[in-house]
Design a protein around this ligand. Structure first.
Ligand code: ARG
Length: 276
């Protein structure tokens, strides 16, 4: 058994070496640290001027949770082996609300964030579009999705460009100063991605060392990391911002930065693609 493992290991590293020489510089393998940075709630951002829409969306979200729709959408994209019971859906009268364009629910997202929102051909699919579609159906609205920069979503909701921001969006105290949030419909975890064999073996090492950390602009990963070391970040000087999370992952793989702080599920998708 032992010898077999050794032979297998020797064979594997030989194959690895061969792979490296045949395609020039080896692409580094990436991994997600076991220790997470933070646990968060995801919710839909809604204008503070539209209390009615928040009340209606909250009611729809409650019904879609109770009848098993939301749990089964999440289970479909993030299989956890849970059996979700689907029940007859409760549909009541909804509070009065208005939307920007009559009959439509305009949702802003940033569709490079698998499994929450991403492209399949020309279509934007994922947990958020499916939940938003179910909400829109309940409220008798047509869902319209706009793919924009993540850091423009809150401002756009606030300015009345979009009815909702739905983008794996974390509820934060600071954002609550600008917009309302629906009741949370999912939980997120901020994770750390590093190259395999990195000196960064946990969150403390990341914070202590003099490492460059990549983040998606305007995300909670950005906000946490940009804060000063006393507040649990690494500070402005050590972060590098990217428009898309995956661009940070590519920079990590080519050795330009030392780590990426991003939501766990997209992290898994990005790492799987990078390690292919
Ligand atoms: N949860 C994080 C935040 O709210 C990241 C969300 C990024 N979402 C996206 N669709 N790119 O800041």
């Amino acid at each position: 058994m032992k010898t077999f493992t050794k032979i297998a290991a020797a064979f594997l590293s030989g194959a690895l070496l061969l792979g490296m020489t045949s395609c020039g510089a080896a692409k580094k393998k990436l991994q997600i640290l076991d220790t997470a940075y933070a646990i968060e709630d995801y919710a839909m951002a809604i204008s503070k001027d539209n209390e009615g829409l928040k009340a209606a969306i909250d009611q729809a979200l409650k019904e879609l949770t109770d009848d098993g729709t939301i749990p089964s959408i999440i289970e479909k994209y993030i299989p956890a082996g849970a059996t979700v019971e689907k029940k007859e859906s409760e549909t009541s009268d909804y509070p009065e609300f208005t939307t920007i364009q009559e009959g439509k629910l305009i949702m802003a997202t940033n569709a490079y964030f698998q499994p929450y929102e991403y492209y399949e051909g020309d279509a934007i699919i994922g947990i958020d579009p499916e939940i938003a579609k179910a909400v829109a159906d309940k409220l008798g609205l047509e869902l319209v999705i706009e793919d924009v920069e993540f850091d423009s979503i809150i401002a756009g909701v606030q300015a009345g460009k979009y009815d909702i921001g739905c983008a794996g969006m974390t509820v934060t105290e600071d954002r609550l100063k600008s917009v309302n949030f629906s009741t949370p419909y999912a939980t997120g975890v901020q994770s750390v991605i590093v190259v395999e064999g990195s000196e960064i073996t946990d969150v403390d090492k990341l914070l202590e060392g003099n490492y460059k950390v990549g983040v998606q602009t305007g995300t909670t990963g950005d906000i946490y990391m940009a804060s000063s070391p006393e507040d649990g970040g690494v500070g402005e000087d050590r972060i590098e911002r990217f428009a898309k999370g995956n661009d940070a992952v590519i920079a990590l793989q080519s050795g330009k930065i030392d780590a990426v702080v991003i939501d766990n599920e997209p992290a898994k998708a990005f790492v799987a693609a990078a390690n292919k």
